[in-house]
Design a protein around this ligand. Structure first.
Ligand code: FES
Length: 138
Protein backbone atom coordinates (compact mmCIF):
# COMPACT_ATOMS: atom_id res chain seq x y z
CA UNK A 1 0.00 0.00 0.00
CA UNK A 2 1.42 3.40 -0.91
CA UNK A 3 0.90 6.60 1.01
CA UNK A 4 0.35 9.98 -0.57
CA UNK A 5 1.55 12.89 1.56
CA UNK A 6 0.24 16.33 0.75
CA UNK A 7 1.65 19.33 2.59
CA UNK A 8 -1.12 21.88 2.92
CA UNK A 9 1.02 24.06 5.14
CA UNK A 10 -1.43 23.85 8.01
CA UNK A 11 -1.93 21.33 10.80
CA UNK A 12 -4.02 18.35 9.79
CA UNK A 13 -6.03 16.04 11.97
CA UNK A 14 -7.62 12.67 11.45
CA UNK A 15 -11.30 11.79 11.34
CA UNK A 16 -12.52 8.29 10.70
CA UNK A 17 -9.00 7.22 9.73
CA UNK A 18 -8.78 9.83 6.95
CA UNK A 19 -6.65 12.92 7.05
CA UNK A 20 -8.68 16.12 7.00
CA UNK A 21 -7.46 19.68 6.94
CA UNK A 22 -8.27 22.70 9.00
CA UNK A 23 -10.45 25.34 7.37
CA UNK A 24 -7.61 27.86 6.74
CA UNK A 25 -6.01 25.32 4.36
CA UNK A 26 -8.62 25.93 1.71
CA UNK A 27 -6.27 25.44 -1.22
CA UNK A 28 -2.88 23.82 -1.60
CA UNK A 29 -0.66 26.35 -3.36
CA UNK A 30 1.56 23.64 -4.80
CA UNK A 31 -1.02 21.21 -6.14
CA UNK A 32 -4.11 23.39 -6.45
CA UNK A 33 -6.11 20.72 -4.60
CA UNK A 34 -8.89 22.25 -2.59
CA UNK A 35 -10.92 21.18 0.38
CA UNK A 36 -13.98 21.29 -1.84
CA UNK A 37 -12.63 18.08 -3.35
CA UNK A 38 -13.79 16.39 -0.15
CA UNK A 39 -17.30 14.94 -0.27
CA UNK A 40 -17.91 15.76 3.39
CA UNK A 41 -17.89 18.85 5.56
CA UNK A 42 -14.72 19.82 7.35
CA UNK A 43 -16.71 21.28 10.22
CA UNK A 44 -20.34 21.19 11.22
CA UNK A 45 -21.94 23.67 13.59
CA UNK A 46 -25.11 22.75 15.45
CA UNK A 47 -27.37 25.46 16.89
CA UNK A 48 -29.98 24.40 19.40
CA UNK A 49 -33.43 25.45 18.13
CA UNK A 50 -35.42 23.81 20.89
CA UNK A 51 -38.57 25.63 22.04
CA UNK A 52 -40.45 24.95 25.23
CA UNK A 53 -43.72 26.47 26.36
CA UNK A 54 -42.12 27.12 29.74
CA UNK A 55 -39.73 29.52 28.03
CA UNK A 56 -36.58 27.84 29.34
CA UNK A 57 -35.00 27.09 25.97
CA UNK A 58 -32.54 28.36 23.39
CA UNK A 59 -35.25 29.47 20.96
CA UNK A 60 -36.52 31.96 23.53
CA UNK A 61 -32.99 33.38 23.58
CA UNK A 62 -33.06 34.21 19.85
CA UNK A 63 -31.15 31.15 18.66
CA UNK A 64 -33.03 31.37 15.34
CA UNK A 65 -31.52 34.80 14.64
CA UNK A 66 -28.06 33.47 15.50
CA UNK A 67 -28.54 30.50 13.16
CA UNK A 68 -29.61 32.72 10.27
CA UNK A 69 -26.73 35.11 10.91
CA UNK A 70 -24.25 32.21 10.92
CA UNK A 71 -25.65 30.84 7.66
CA UNK A 72 -25.47 34.26 5.99
CA UNK A 73 -21.92 34.86 7.18
CA UNK A 74 -20.64 31.44 6.11
CA UNK A 75 -22.17 32.02 2.69
CA UNK A 76 -20.66 35.52 2.43
CA UNK A 77 -17.24 34.16 3.39
CA UNK A 78 -17.43 31.51 0.67
CA UNK A 79 -17.26 28.73 3.25
CA UNK A 80 -20.63 27.14 2.58
CA UNK A 81 -20.79 23.77 0.91
CA UNK A 82 -19.09 20.53 0.17
CA UNK A 83 -15.69 20.18 1.80
CA UNK A 84 -16.21 23.33 3.86
CA UNK A 85 -18.67 24.21 6.63
CA UNK A 86 -22.27 23.27 7.30
CA UNK A 87 -24.53 25.16 9.72
CA UNK A 88 -27.23 22.91 11.23
CA UNK A 89 -30.18 23.30 13.56
CA UNK A 90 -30.97 20.72 16.17
CA UNK A 91 -33.24 19.97 19.09
CA UNK A 92 -32.16 20.33 22.71
CA UNK A 93 -28.45 19.72 23.18
CA UNK A 94 -28.88 19.10 26.90
CA UNK A 95 -27.13 22.21 28.18
CA UNK A 96 -30.22 24.42 28.52
CA UNK A 97 -29.00 26.26 31.63
CA UNK A 98 -26.00 27.51 29.66
CA UNK A 99 -27.99 28.49 26.58
CA UNK A 100 -28.31 29.54 23.99
CA UNK A 101 -25.78 26.94 22.92
CA UNK A 102 -24.00 25.82 19.79
CA UNK A 103 -21.35 23.17 19.23
CA UNK A 104 -18.63 22.85 16.59
CA UNK A 105 -17.75 19.36 15.31
CA UNK A 106 -15.46 17.50 14.91
CA UNK A 107 -13.77 19.80 17.44
CA UNK A 108 -16.37 19.12 20.15
CA UNK A 109 -16.19 22.75 21.19
CA UNK A 110 -19.28 24.17 22.87
CA UNK A 111 -20.22 27.84 22.94
CA UNK A 112 -22.84 30.15 24.28
CA UNK A 113 -23.51 33.55 22.77
CA UNK A 114 -25.48 36.70 23.51
CA UNK A 115 -25.86 38.26 20.10
CA UNK A 116 -24.83 38.31 16.44
CA UNK A 117 -21.44 39.80 17.31
CA UNK A 118 -20.63 36.75 19.45
CA UNK A 119 -21.66 34.39 16.66
CA UNK A 120 -19.55 36.31 14.18
CA UNK A 121 -16.55 36.20 16.52
CA UNK A 122 -16.91 32.41 16.85
CA UNK A 123 -17.11 31.97 13.08
CA UNK A 124 -14.21 34.27 12.24
CA UNK A 125 -11.94 33.13 15.07
CA UNK A 126 -12.71 29.42 15.41
CA UNK A 127 -13.99 28.34 12.01
CA UNK A 128 -11.88 30.60 9.82
CA UNK A 129 -8.69 30.98 11.88
CA UNK A 130 -8.79 27.87 14.06
CA UNK A 131 -8.66 29.78 17.37
CA UNK A 132 -11.17 28.84 20.06
CA UNK A 133 -13.04 31.82 21.57
CA UNK A 134 -12.33 31.12 25.22
CA UNK A 135 -14.63 33.79 26.63
CA UNK A 136 -17.67 32.13 25.02
CA UNK A 137 -16.63 28.49 25.46
CA UNK A 138 -18.73 26.40 27.84
S1 FES B 1 -33.01 24.07 24.93
FE1 FES B 1 -31.07 24.48 24.00
S2 FES B 1 -29.73 23.11 25.00
FE2 FES B 1 -31.68 22.59 25.77
Amino acid sequence: MSTLAIDFGNPAHYMGGKQVYDIPAIECVRTGETMSDSPYYQKQVFFCMNKRDSGDCCMNKSSNKALNHARDLIKDLGLKGKGKIRINQTDCLGRCDEGPVMVVYPDDTWYTYKDKDDVEEIIRSHLVNGKVVKRLKI
